[in-house]
Structures are given as structure tokens and as C-alpha cells.
Design a protein around this ligand. Structure first.
Ligand SMILES: [Zn+2]
Length: 315
């Protein structure tokens, strides 16, 4: 992390020293950015860009200190949060992901409330449920840290952390030592087990009789090709359980994020393609092509032109 930032400073502005940009100590700067970005270069970019812009508003001292850094970290996290909320709102992602996120954060807050002095920032999940959390990781609400972590209660788990800035917002203490996050209370499978039906590929079938409404499990009627009610001989109707929630379009991850980002912007907050590209982590060309040729044509977003630039918003 530290090497990544120093290398960039050396390549892009070789005459600039660390002390020319930052007034906080190296250790403070890198420890905070590391916790928020978990090695994602785009996040480091947004944090530093926003911290720098904030520092320029000071009249006397325009170097980046801790408060500017915290501002940058919050700005990065809020950007990701808005993309996620926008994607849910537009049904680009199934709504249960928001329910799952709320369930996780509610549990973390209740852990914190029980013992405010203990960290509640990390969670352990059985590896069989790994895919459940992919979307929350792609949207940087959770960070996947490691697999094969032994819990104090036995068993091997995947380890995740809640986003550092989200922990700050809810006053959740962030675990610094390995010893702090292997406790049994960090195992969240009882929370996300509730979402099993959404991820179960092998759906169990059952059948309903249209005459008497009796329900049959597949095992009871598996032998006959045409399945009939034992009581009234009516042909049974198959019940499809927990059909996968439908989402609109079949968009790529980056396309979902672009539309999610734009969906979070009202007219007064409209952003140009460069700003959206920075927030999403793609090229400006991708934003302008997809925005004008697809999204605006479908009437999904609004594009205004002013100051020789195009501004994208939801209305
Ligand atoms: Zn019947």
C-alpha cells in the first residue's frame, strides 16, 4: 500500500516529497488509507483526490491532515454506497441484497451495543456461502480478507471486514489484531442463512392439487409421470419455490455501477462523464457511450449539456 502510493508520487510528480502533500505522519496516513481501501487502487485514488480538494479549501495550510483524510475516506465510501443504493432502486441488483446488508449491519450494531469496548468490525462465514457476499464485496460494503480462518469455536471460515468508514459511522470498534476477530460471536451464518433460498440452485419441487389444495412433496408423487391427487384424481400443479428474483437487463458489473451511480444523482447533483468514470472505475468513453447510446435512448437517465460538457442525472 505504502509502496503503491510512494511509487505513484515518484512517477507522476518526482519533485514532490511526502511532506509537501501531507501534514499527518506517514504512519497515520498509510494506516487509515489501508483500512479503508484494502488495496483497491480506485479507492486510494478517490480518497486522496477528495482529501486534496478538501485541503485546498483551507486558506493557510493546504496540506492533507487527518481531518482531510477522513473527509476523503467518507467521500469514497459514500460514493460506493450511492452506487449500491442506486442499483437496488433501479432493480439492477435484486432487493434482497439490501435486506442482507441491513441484517449484517444490524447484527454488528447489536454486538457493539452489548460490549462497546470490544471490536465488532469483522465477520466469519462458512465458505459454502461465499458467493452470497460477492455483491456486497463488489460494492465495497464488505471486504474479503482471507479464507481458512480457524474460529475459536472450531471450524474453518472466510473472514470479511465491514468497511472501515461504515464502522466509524456506527461507532463500531475496528479489530486490529487477529486474536480479536476469531471469536464465535463473529460467525454470521445464522444471519445470512435466511437468504439460502435465493442461492439454492437445486429447487425442491412440490405440487398442489387444484381441487382440494392438498400439497404433495415431489418424493410422494415421483413415480408417476402424470401426477394426480390421491383423493380426487385431479392433475397436480407444480409449485415453484423461491423463484430467483428478476433483475432488469443483463448488464455487466461496470454497467450496473454506472447506472447505479447516475440513478443516485438528481439534477442539481448531476456529474460529468469524467466524474462518473472516477467514481465507478472505468473509462470516460465507457460512461459517455453507454450513457448516451443506451441509457438515455431508453429514457433511463437524463443528459444535460452545459459549459461544453455533458451532465448525467436521473431526472
Ligand atoms: Zn385433491
Amino acid at each position: 500500500m505504502e509502496a503503491l502510493i510512494i511509487k505513484r508520487i515518484t512517477i507522476f510528480c518526482s519533485d514532490v516529497n511526502f511532506q509537501d502533500v501531507f501534514k499527518a505522519t506517514r504512519e497515520q496516513v498509510f494506516s487509515r488509507i489501508t483500512k479503508e481501501a484494502i488495496g483497491v487502487p480506485r479507492t486510494i485514488g478517490i480518497v486522496l483526490q477528495q482529501a486534496f480538494i478538501q485541503a485546498q479549501t483551507n486558506t493557510h495550510d493546504q496540506k492533507i491532515g487527518l481531518s482531510e483524510l477522513n473527509y476523503g475516506i467518507s467521500a469514497a465510501r459514500k460514493t460506493y454506497q450511492r452506487q449500491f443504493e442506486g442499483s437496488i432502486k433501479r432493480k439492477l441488483l435484486p432487493g434482497f441484497y439490501m435486506d442482507m446488508w441491513n441484517a449484517i449491519i444490524t447484527k454488528a450494531i447489536s454486538e457493539k451495543n452489548k460490549h462497546p469496548e470490544r471490536p465488532a468490525s469483522h465477520i466469519l462465514i462458512d465458505p459454502v456461502r461465499k458467493e452470497y457476499l460477492n455483491i456486497l464485496c463488489e460494492n465495497f460494503h464488505l471486504h474479503f480478507l482471507s479464507e481458512n480462518i480457524a474460529s475459536k469455536g472450531g471450524g474453518s471460515y472466510n473472514l470479511y471486514s465491514l468497511d472501515y468508514d461504515i464502522c466509524n459511522e456506527y461507532n463500531i470498534k475496528y479489530a486490529e489484531e487477529k486474536d480479536e476477530y476469531t471469536a464465535i460471536r463473529f460467525i454470521y451464518d445464522n444471519i445470512i442463512r435466511e437468504f439460502d433460498p435465493y442461492f439454492t440452485k437445486e429447487k425442491s419441487k412440490s405440487y398442489r392439487c387444484p381441487q382440494c389444495n392438498k400439497i404433495y412433496e415431489e418424493t410422494e408423487v415421483v413415480k408417476s409421470k402424470v401426477k394426480r391427487c390421491f383423493d380426487d384424481d385431479a392433475v397436480l400443479e407444480e409449485i415453484v419455490h423461491m423463484d430467483l428474483p428478476r433483475t432488469e437487463g443483463n448488464y455487466a458489473e461496470v454497467e450496473i455501477k454506472i447506472l447505479g451511480q447516475i440513478s443516485s444523482l438528481n439534477k442539481a447533483e448531476a456529474m460529468n462523464a469524467r466524474e462518473i468514470a472516477d467514481a465507478v472505475g472505468c473509462t470516460t468513453q465507457k460512461v459517455s457511450l453507454w450513457g448516451s447510446r443506451v441509457l438515455a435512448k431508453k429514457g433511463l437517465i437524463n443528459i444535460d449539456s452545459r459549459d461544453k460538457n455533458y451532465y448525467y442525472s436521473i431526472d
